[in-house]
Write a protein that binds this ligand. Sequence first.
Ligand SMILES: Nc1ncnc2c1ncn2[C@@H]1O[C@H](COP(=O)(O)OP(=O)(O)OP(=O)(O)O)[C@@H](O)[C@H]1O
Length: 384
Amino acid sequence: MDSVTKRYPDGTVAVDGLSLEIPDRTITVLVGPSGCGKTTTLRMINRMVEPSEGTILVDGVDVQKQPVNTLRRSMGYVIQNAGLFQHRTIADNIATVPRLLGWSKQKARARAEELMERVGLDASLAKRYPYQLSGGQQQRVGVARALAADPPVLLMDEPFSAVDPVVRKGLQEELLRIQGELGKTIIFVTHDIDEAIRLGTKVAVMRAGGRLAQFAEPAELLSAPADAFVEDFLGADRGIRRLSFFPSEGLELLTGPVVAVGATAEQTAAREASGAPYLLVTDGGGKPLGWSEPGSLPGAAAEELLPYGRPFVAGQDSLRVALDCAVLSPTGWAVAVDGTGRVVGVVSQETIGEAIRGAHAAGRKADVAGRKTDTEGRKADVAG
Ligand SMILES: Nc1ncnc2c1ncn2[C@@H]1O[C@H](COP(=O)(O)OP(=O)(O)OP(=O)(O)O)[C@@H](O)[C@H]1O
């Protein structure tokens, strides 16, 4: 989008000089408060709204120079409440565009079945009507319908806003999975910053008056909001949320305080010598049972153990999850497990705190290096 402006006939400037380069095969999220021009921006891409000024290129081709029908067929469109045809079955809803494109009934039906499976809908729902589905299921149908003719681009306008938070999380995960499998270019509108951060490879934060406040990757938004508006929009706990982008990989895990149930007195004594204030007791298969205070082992009954809480998967979960586990643990220590739930070590809040400080310091260094490269680049530009 190059300097795109939309002025409605009544003089409202919905979008003001917006320039954005949206990377392909990723999810780009447009986020901002109500009325900041997100929907208008999205609709200018498929020409449901015509821009007043500026140009929009898709794959280098000006959308204004393409026949509207060809353009819209190359872009799936999903809206809030799915916008399904109420008098058509689910299968027929999904097959709408293929049928318009002249596919045979059989081929369109087969495509509908394939897509229902892809978006996580049971095949038995094919013959139902939209009113016989839950809101979340209808939204899945909306996504399936938009994907039916296999368009390279998906435009999604607050598609998950009308469902409850649990269903919404499921739909978000599904969308990330589908995106990973199909590699579509998705432009997703929301007013929910958490949704934006979770889904977006890049996030465009817009402000009132249809202006771009910041266009960046989520981690960068959280660490370096461009101004007070973006900072305020991100909310109070952006520091904690940023930890989601730090891997738990480098955390130093201790195996010294881990003891198998039924260990001998000598083995337990050796564990106690590790100096940790608590020992984690595991079952024969290496799964956590609970924490014990040194001295009460061996032979502590299971009910005397302190609950180990929620473990984190070492190397897979983020530092945010690891910290959360430690904060929730009655001992202040988090339990790390592998993918099969077997304990690989334990780690204290203090150690996680050090890792967080280390990650911040590394981030600052990378920033400085990045700025240097920028400066050198600009210098080279000027010299050139
Ligand atoms: N057809 C129209 N005529 C005049 N003004 C319009 C029209 N459509 C939208 N607007 C105005 O343009 C501005 C941007 O609207 P738009 O729907 O793009 O915002 P939005 O960010 O998507 O809002 P929301 O999150 O509430 O859906 C608003 O001030 C809106 O009132």
